[in-house]
Write a protein that binds this ligand. Sequence first.
Ligand code: HEM
Length: 466
Amino acid sequence: MALRTGSRTMVLDGANARLRADRRQRQARDFLARSSTAAALPLPTVTGKAARTGLLKGATVKLANNGPLIRKLTWPLLRFKPILSVGKLVFVTRHEDVCELLARDEDFTVAEGNAATMDRVNGPFILGMDRSPQYLRERSILQRCIHEGDADRIRAFVAATAAELVERRQGSGRLDVVQDLARPAAVRLLASYFGVPGPDEPTMMRWMRTIFHETFLNVGGDPQVRRAGEASAAEFHAYADHLIGSRRSQIELGEPTPDDFLTRLVRLQRDPETRLSDEGVRRNLGGVVVGAVETTSKATAHAIDELLRRGDALRRAQRAASADDVDEVGRYAFEALRFNPINPVLSRHVARATVLAAGTRREHCIPPGRTVYAGVLPAMFDPSVFDRPGEFRVDRPATAYLHFGHGLHTCFGRYVNLVQVPELAAAVLRLKNLRRAPGAEGTIVYDGPFPDRLLVDFDTVEEGRA
Ligand code: HEM
């Protein structure tokens, strides 16, 4: 049997490979039985592929917002069994191995997991496609819609929007980080920079949340989530088709148009090299905007939540915010997010028999058809890359963080997030005497997988003067 490992190809005797794989599976099971923490992992207890993966995926979603628990569950893996096969699943926790598997996009693919839902809800989009001429062409067209100076423009817009949203709450002494700030700010950026305002903000928030939920996070196949997502997608498609058509008419008639992402995509239709059909514009615009709201909101809520757990880091971050050093605030926000990232794991399908971590003691043969979980969270606690990983430190190399993934599918919106999340966090951190709302009100409330409320209190201007 020929096994590919990156550019190298090695030949293994089939029977031996099977024996080794069986031995590893036995070892993995023994390891789990021995380790009390790992035994608490929500392992499948029923038979049948669908039931097994469904259970495990469902449990993963429940766990997904609990960074501390994920850390507890994964540290024994990171330390003793960095690549663990259990049945058809493989868990990878070392930073180097996570990066390797995300970089090897032809061995570890996304279409198997993402394409069917993506195609049904949005129409084909890059996060559901593996490396192919269509993937490369469409990602490069999207890339051409990012112009020089966009980061500054986004920064100015988000800073002004955040200041205005926070100002509205000044008299009350209370702010909901999610509903009063992060979600509306992200939706307003869709209007201003992406050119997709939606009929109104509440509708846009509902569309973005329900479509995202069904497309990426409906792991148990909840029919209600499916219905809501599909209904929103149908409404959004009708809206977007109209929006794209009228923008093109404006351009053709020589009428003034805003310089936004939509105008840029439509203008690129004139060049055969970058031409997308109207349906292509809608698929790509839809995929981008749906990925832009709940992600930003969750990142902001989790970053603030983690800072509120750490008095000293919080005070230093507040000082940076008051001094308008938003780059420094960003370092605090992304370090805080390491303790509860928005994507603690990313999953991949094993397209062909392969070897991970070849030539190391962790070398692992993986047969085709397995699902591999790239442990983004444990990888960001790997002491070989994150010195003293349990410490909150803002001097870590920015390139080591894996918040935005790695390799071919690295987040397209990185240039937006690196500006938007710190600006939103800074607006919260500038509040006088910032603290959690008392009791249960001060903890994050989730709507399914999405943060839906995080209440913080602060001194009003009057209280500050008194
Ligand atoms: C802090 C907020 C965000 C985080 C943490 C985040 C994280 C990620 C991650 C981890 C991936 C890779 C998924 C994988 O490899 O399976 C990804 C992909 C992607 N993200 Fe984001 N994202 C954020 C916000 C955004 C925004 C604002 C946009 C749009 C402007 C966006 C658009 C995308 C797209 C289009 C992809 C797919 C890229 C591809 O397949 O080539 N994301 N994001």
